[in-house]
Design a protein around this ligand. Structure first.
Ligand code: ZN
Length: 160
């Protein structure tokens, strides 16, 4: 396993729509989890390490001592709750920046695991925020893209 360098905004690979995974990604996923834990973060999407494929890893509870790594390959959002929440989000590719982002309160997702088995789960709470954030990365969308122009300009100045 290896800890990989994490790309930072404004690397253009972070603004790219990723293509579906067709190959075995078990080694990549193990490296992504190691990279995420080392960062330290709770989620990491493949484009953040320069791999433009549709997968992300997350573990929403490890910082509280409960290790629950998940690997979501070719994820799709099947349903989003109409009810939304606004909360602070950081991003390993936007170091030092925390912004208030509106998200659906719950999302139902379908994805493949590393064995190719199809999973479906409805995420709520922090996990719902995390999966929406990581899913955005697969479409080249960053938290910056959710901000109004003035807030975004401030955020970009702070990052630069
Ligand atoms: Zn991120």
């Amino acid at each position: 396993m290896a800890v990989l360098p994490i790309l930072r905004w404004p690397d253009p690979r972070l603004m790219t729509i990723c293509s579906p995974v067709a190959e075995d990604v078990s080694v990549l996923a193990a490296d992504m989890l190691e990279t995420m834990y080392a960062a330290p973060g709770r989620g990491l999407a493949a484009p953040q390490i320069g791999v433009l494929r549709r997968l992300f890893v997350m573990d929403c509870t490890w910082k509280e001592g409960i290790y629950a790594p998940q690997v979501l390959v070719n994820p799709e959002i099947l349903w989003r709750s109409a009810e939304t929440v606004i909360g602070p989000e950081g991003c390993l590719s936007l170091p030092g920046l925390t912004t208030q982002i509106m998200r659906s309160k719950a999302v139902q997702m379908r994805w493949s695991d590393l064995n190719g088995a199809v999973n479906e789960q409805t995420f709520t709470g922090f996990a719902a925020i995390c999966v929406q954030h990581e899913f955005d990365h697969l479409n080249g969308v960053l938290t910056l893209d959710h901000l109004d122009p003035a807030t975004r300009a401030d955020a970009e100045r702070a990052l630069a």
